[in-house]
Write a protein that binds this ligand. Structure first.
Ligand code: WT7
Length: 637
């Protein structure tokens, strides 16, 4: 069994062990799994290359560890309870044995299509069981899955397909989200225009909406799997073979394909799931994240299924048909652990407790949050009303790149403080580093959040660009992994995440690069240049504030331009990246060398221009005054 900590003393003891002898600690966790070959070395690493390896030379298949390892004890237990978007439609339940049969069948279909170990497969699907089946089928045969969130636009999807080199795309005719139907297949058609790299598109019929058919390329899911065997021997993978790629935004240009490993990722996602949520055999666990994000990979699929958990997967959105939907699901499936995002809590909080009152939430034991800091109001609301003063709130800090939770309380064990992610997970060595790269020791310090020692779940590279991996994470502070976040370690040694210190913003728990949005805006024919900053937003956490230089507006006037900018961003990236505020400005504050002084724009967007800091390098003071005068938020000065 994976070691499960159950007291605070036990946590401190394990933590000590994990840092005084990390190799022994992780080897002990890894022993639980089924390896085709044992490792010759627990880890081999060097942050300067950078090279990171865990369970060197070991062989395994992660799906054997989900299925074969658990089948005797849990084969007939539900693996997935699927709740459809529309509560009137029937739910679906798949046991471990049934899920394996479907995974195998799809895996065989992929193999017959010529997909081999090491090939990439792009998946652009709604939140239906077939998405999980597709992911696991890739893992079964050693193909590298690249799931693209089904809210991304055709352009964004095309970028990701090109970058990953996939020649196959798995999709559905459409997806339901609240009252909306998303035409996924037609978005795929648009993404594939002029891209002959993709030879096969497999379409699951879900919404039954009409779609265009390209007979030479398209095949229905049904035809794709017909006649394929439900037995499929798992491909033997090296511990360091990539399991998947997932794209995330950085502070510059194109999104990065974060590469995760097979062996280390398996151990880390399973260990953290079990310990942080204190999952017990038979518990029902509900994660609201979409599989298109890392949370869905690590804590809807891999972590829970490796622990033979019962997982609730939900197709829809929290506030449809009404803001009581989440609570209804918790009641219906008697959910024990509920993992969600602060933004969802804030949006439900706004509808009051009326939708909670008639629901029985007594099954809940643990409430987890991820993606952004949880503010104190949301913390207390969820603690008092949803958790009924009984459930620990686990505020989990981690990132796409970390593969799993890094700083988080162990539910019911670590004493919590609102808005603190609390203490590091065993095996994780956080460091608070100042601007000069010096590690700040002791408590009550603030600085850049870095990690001093590797952990099995960490990303191994950026797909096709190892240099960028080095430059982004290992160059800013030599000898450390740099997270991009600011942090405070308080007088008790508790960590409070302060948010990004780079040009990345976090909107409703979704990470967006300011440069990516600016590029999309700058494509507009009337726009000369633009700058994006985040500003405090009551529900989204951060909203997107765009300062746009646009000397002429066409016939639609300023409003017309703003709307067409919005449409442009939606088309280029997706609706999640649309600016909340667009201010047309005469120019941007720049240094004499031409660099945009975002710091000043950030202050203005935050509504406080009382102290703009050092403005001695500013080229044109006048521009700043005018931006403040015409700001779209009240600005103190
Ligand atoms: C960024 C990573 C990990 C899955 C979801 C987001 C922010 C994440 C917290 C938290 C404060 C948080 C950080 C981080 N973040 N969790 N509990 N408290 N901030 O993954 O898209 O890779 O974004 O989200 O700024 O760097 P992601």
């Amino acid at each position: 069994m994976i070691n499960k900590i159950n007291t605070l003393g036990g946590y401190f003891h394990e933590y000590q062990k994990s840092i005084s002898n990390p190799e022994q600690f992780w080897a002990q966790q890894a022993e639980e799994f089924f390896w085709r070959n044992h490792w010759t070395q627990v880890t081999d690493w060097d942050f300067s290359t950078p090279k990171i390896q865990w369970f060197v030379d070991a062989k395994l298949n992660i799906t054997e560890n989900i299925f074969e390892r658990n089948l005797y004890t849990h084969g007939d237990q539900p693996a997935i309870y699927w709740e459809p978007n529309d509560p009137q439609r029937p739910e679906r339940v798949l046991t471990y044995r049934q899920l394996l049969a479907q995974v195998n069948q799809f895996a065989n279909a992929l193999k017959d299509e010529g997909i081999r170990k090491g090939d990439t497969v792009t998946i652009y699907m709604p939140m239906i069981p077939e998405l999980a089946i597709a992911v696991l089928a890739c893992a079964r045969i050693g193909a590298i899955h690249s799931v693209v969130f089904a809210g991304f636009s055709a352009n964004a999807l095309q970028d990701r397909i090109k970058n990953s080199g996939s020649r196959i795309v798995l999709t559905a005719d459409g997806g339901f989200r609240g009252h909306k139907t998303i035409p996924l297949k037609s978005i795929v058609d648009e993404a594939l225009q002029g891209l002959d790299q993709v030879t096969t598109v497999v379409i699951f019929e879900h919404t039954q909406q009409p779609i265009d058919c390209h007979p030479e390329r398209d095949i229905s899911w049904h035809d794709f799997i017909t006649g394929k065997s439900k037995d499929c021997t798992a491909e033997v993978m090296d511990s360091e073979d990539p399991l998947f790629i997932i794209y995330t935004s950085g502070s510059t240009g194109q999104p990065k394909g974060i590469v995760h490993s097979s062996g280390g990722y398996m151990v880390y996602s399973a260990y953290t799931f079990k310990n942080i949520f204190q999952y017990c055999n038979g518990d029902v666990y509900f994660c609201t994240a979409d599989i298109g994000w890392i949370t869905g990979h690590s804590y809807l699929i891999y972590g829970p299924l490796l622990n033979a958990a019962k997982v609730v997967m939900f197709e829809g959105v929290p506030n449809w048909p009404d803001p009581g939907r989440m609570w209804e699901i918790i009641e219906k499936y008697q959910v024990n652990q509920f993992y969600t995002a602060p933004t969802a809590i804030r949006s439900l909080l706004a509808s009051g407790t009326e939708f909670l009152e008639d629901k029985d939430l007594s099954s809940l034991k643990v409430i987890g949050t991820v993606g952004e800091p949880i503010n104190e109001d949301a913390w207390h609301w969820v603690h008092d009303h949803v958790g009924q003063n009984r459930c620990p709130i686990v505020d989990t800090w981690w990132q796409t790149e970390t593969g799993g939770m890094m700083i988080a309380p162990l539910a019911g064990i670590t004493p919590t403080k609102p808005s603190f992610a609390t203490l590091p997970v065993p095996g994780i060595q956080p460091a608070v580093v100042d601007a000069e790269g010096n590690e700040l020791s002791g408590n009550s310090v603030t600085g850049n959040l870095c990690i001093r020692y590797p952990w099995p779940g960490m990303a191994r590279s950026i797909w096709g660009d190892h240099q960028r991996y080095k430059k982004t994470y290992f160059t800013p502070f030599a000898g450390y992994y740099f997270s991009g976040d600011g942090v405070r370690r308080d007088e008790d040694g508790y960590y409070r995440i302060l948010g990004r210190v780079d040009d990345v913003i976090n909107v409703s728990g979704h990470r967006l690069g300011t440069a990516e949005i600016e590029n999309a805006i700058n494509e507009h024919p009337l726009v000369n240049e633009s700058a994006i900053v985040g500003y405090p937003h009551p529900i989204k956490g951060q909203g997107i504030y765009a300062f746009v230089v646009c000397p002429q507006t066409s016939t639609g006037g300023e409003e017309g331009v703003k709307q067409s900018i919005q449409r442009g961003v939606s088309k280029r990236i997706g609706a999640i990246a649309k600016p909340d505020l667009i201010q047309i400005v005469p120019g941007l504050p720049k240094t004499r060398s031409g660099k945009i002084m975002r710091r000043i724009l950030r202050k203005i967007a935050e509504g406080d221009a009382t102290d703009l800091g050092d403005t001695s390098t500013l080229l044109d003071e006048q521009v700043v005054q005018q931006i403040i005068d015409e700001a779209l938020v009240p600005v103190k000065r």
